[in-house]
Structure formats: structure tokens, C-alpha cells
Design a binder for this molecule. Structure first.
Ligand code: FMN
Length: 355
């Protein structure tokens, strides 16, 4: 492999590694063999309770594939990707010389390193007709079995937003979820700059009084006490108002949840997110409930009957607003928000093995 080719592939995979991942776990490894790139999943990097059927890992890999395909074209290649139904290598991308970006894809590719999660409140303004059409077109551009709902009526948004925050209520009051969440928090800019996996506290955009409380909440005894006096309901209510005040809630649905479906969801999600970024819109994935409802079946002992009932009821509310023949898999909010206070860093060059 010559140096110029290696440099191009490094650019393609640096773009891949700029994709979103649960708690910034970056659950991928790349192996380059001549003209093909193998994408490996590292599910052990993701939350062991919420990562049902490795769905979170695979969605992150799908988003990474989307970025890699766009960057491959920018580097002059035609990427041909095959998604694998099993094995630790989830996809192989073959690079053929002679590709280029069309206008739409160039618009998306330019946003790869500008895309960030924005957890600030968004303005209560509707999507323009043009943006709505562009989002739906971008979703339809990849032919899959997936479906996509944009929930825009204020009443529906309030209902769904309220259902979504059952996640925060349950997570703060459940010892295992509480531990996993707080273990992944970075408390300093230095840790964030290291590019390691984890969530930087400033990206959570907590208002100042909540920041102080949050440091106390990392201690389970405090979290228990706060749950007892109804604090988690206050957090949930605040978050519900924030989610309902976006321009829309987006829900990606699927008829089943196998590996290829999760990868396709990740690809579709990233396309929408890049488009939103290019149009100056902000996004945040708010999908805890759709993962929790599935993972509860495998981790039954960790959850009380009341927690299970609340989570199932919340999931059904989301389901009632989308394609009835499908299951909701990934939910996000989209809207107009001020610049985030802080963004997540990555290692400058991802882990690539050239064979
Ligand atoms: C499958 C998946 C689930 C996620 N779930 C949430 C979520 O429920 N809430 C949230 O705020 N962010 C969620 N995220 C966003 C990640 O935390 C975020 O992508 C990561 O910290 C990297 O930050 P970035 O998006 O700014 O690059 C999720 C990401 C993925 C891929």
C-alpha cells in the first residue's frame, strides 16, 4: 500500500470515526486490506444493559459507514458496501477508483466534522416546508424497509416527549443504570480533550443549579434520597418540556430488529443529522426508552415490576404515533438551538490496522 493511498483511507476513516455513538463509546475498529476496508464492532465498549442485540453499537457503526461512504467519494472512490448478517466484521467497503460527490452528497460531506449533539433547549418554531421535504427525501434516498415519522403537532410532541423522560425517572432510581451512567461522565475539559470514550459534563447543558445537584447525584445514596422526595419527576418534567419545544421529534421505525436493520438505521440517522447540520439545525438523540424496553426482557432481575410497567407504557405511547406495523427504534429531537456550550472530542486519528 503506498503512502498516498494510506493517507486517503485515513481521511475516510477519520470521517467514519466522527460519527455519533452511545455515550461516545466509539465502538469500532477498522482493518484495511488492499482496496477493502473491514468495519468491526466492539459491543463491549457500549452500555451492557441498554445495548440490546448490540443495537446501539450497530447504529453507531451504520453512522460511521455513512460518513465513510461520503468521504470515500470526496477522496475519488466509488464505495461499494456489503453489510454482514453475522461475524464480528459487520461490513466490508470496497473502494474503486473513479468516484465523486454529487451536489447533495457534497452538502452532507461538508458537515461531517460540524455535526455535534446539541442538548441545549431549542426554539419552538416549526420546520420549514423545504426542510421537511429535504429530510424526508434524504431518508428515502437509501432504499430500505425502514420507515420514518416526523412528529410535529404540539399535542403529539408533548405526549411523546413526556413518555421519553420515563427513561430519566427510571435511570435515576435504578442502581445499575445509575452506576453505568455516572461511570461514563467526564468531569473535566482535560479528560474530554483526551478523546477517550465518555460524556463530558458540559455537553449535558445543565443549568447552573442543576450542575451542583448533579455532582451530588453521582452518589447513589443521594440519588436514592432525591428519587424518594420526587426529584427525578422534576428532572423528567423539565426534560419533557425541553423535548416538546423542538421543531419536531423524529422516529425511525423498522419491521424487525436484526443486525442489518440496525446498521441501516445508523446510516439513515447520520444522513438526516448531516442534512440538519448543513441547514443550521440542531439535533439530539433522545432514545433511552426504545432501548430500555427491549433490554429489560434480557435483564429482568435488575428492574422492578413497576419500572417495567412504566417503561412499557411509555414505549406504547411512542408506538401509537408511528407506523403501526413497525416498532420504533430510534427517536431524536430536531430544531433551532444556540451553539452548544461544549462538544465531544475524538482521537485525532482512529485505530486503523493496515494489513
Ligand atoms: C445509538 C445511540 C443512542 C444514543 N442515545 C442518546 C440519548 O438517549 N441521549 C443523548 O443525549 N444522546 C444520545 N446519543 C448521542 C451520543 O451521546 C453522542 O453521539 C456522543 O456522546 C458523541 O457526541 P457527538 O454526537 O456530539 O459527536 C446516542 C447515540 C447513539 C449512536
Amino acid at each position: 500500500m503506498d503512502t498516498a493511498y494510506k493517507e486517503k483511507v485515513t481521511k475516510i476513516l477519520t470521517a467514519a470515526a466522527a460519527a455519533p455513538s452511545g455515550d461516545n463509546s466509539q465502538p469500532w475498529r477498522f482493518v484495511v486490506q488492499d482496496s477493502s476496508i473491514e468495519f468491526y464492532a466492539l459491543p463491549e465498549k457500549d452500555n451492557p444493559i441498554l445495548n440490546y442485540k448490540e443495537g446501539g453499537t450497530l447504529i453507531a457503526l451504520g453512522a460511521a459507514l455513512q460518513n465513510a461512504e461520503l468521504e470515500a467519494r470526496a477522496q475519488g472512490y466509488v464505495p461499494h458496501t456489503v453489510l454482514h448478517e453475522d461475524g464480528s466484521c459487520v461490513a466490508v467497503m470496497e473502494l474503486k477508483v473513479g468516484g465523486r460527490l454529487d451536489k447533495t452528497d457534497e452538502f452532507l460531506q461538508k458537515s461531517i466534522f460540524k455535526r455535534h449533539t446539541n442538548r441545549k433547549p431549542y426554539k419552538k418554531v416549526p420546520l420549514s416546508k423545504e426542510t421537511r421535504t429535504a429530510i424526508l427525501d434524504s431518508f428515502l434516498s437509501e432504499r430500505t424497509e425502514l420507515d420514518f415519522s416526523l412528529i410535529e403537532s404540539r399535542d403529539s410532541m408533548s405526549e411523546v416527549a413526556k413518555a421519553l423522560t420515563v427513561m430519566e425517572e427510571v435511570a435515576l432510581g435504578n442502581h445499575t443504570l445509575h452506576k453505568l451512567f455516572f461511570e461514563n461522565i467526564f468531569w473535566s475539559e482535560k479528560e474530554n480533550r483526551s478523546g477517550k470514550q465518555g460524556l463530558y459534563i458540559k455537553t449535558l447543558e445543565l443549568p447552573p443549579p442543576a450542575q451542583i445537584l448533579f455532582r451530588l447525584l453521582k452518589h447513589w445514596s443521594f440519588a436514592k434520597l432525591f428519587t424518594k422526595i420526587g426529584f427525578s419527576q422534576i428532572v423528567a418534567k423539565t426534560n419533557a418540556q425541553q423535548n416538546a419545544a423542538a421543531s419536531a421529534l423524529g422516529v425511525i421505525t423498522a419491521p424487525h430488529t436484526d443486525r442489518v436493520t440496525y446498521l441501516e438505521i445508523g446510516k439513515a440517522l447520520e444522513r438526516i443529522w448531516l442534512l440538519a447540520t448543513a441547514r443550521g439545525l440542531s439535533m439530539q438523540i433522545v432514545t433511552g426508552i426504545t432501548f430500555l424496553v427491549r433490554s429489560m426482557e434480557n435483564n429482568s432481575a435488575i428492574f422492578s415490576e413497576s419500572e417495567k410497567e412504566r417503561v412499557r407504557a411509555a414505549y406504547m405511547i411512542i408506538k401509537n404515533h408511528v407506523n403501526q406495523d413497525h416498532e420504533p427504534v430510534l427517536v431524536f429531537r430536531i430544531g433551532v438551538g444556540n451553539e452548544p456550550t461544549a462538544v465531544t472530542y475524538r482521537h485525532r486519528t482512529p485505530d486503523i490496522v493496515f494489513v
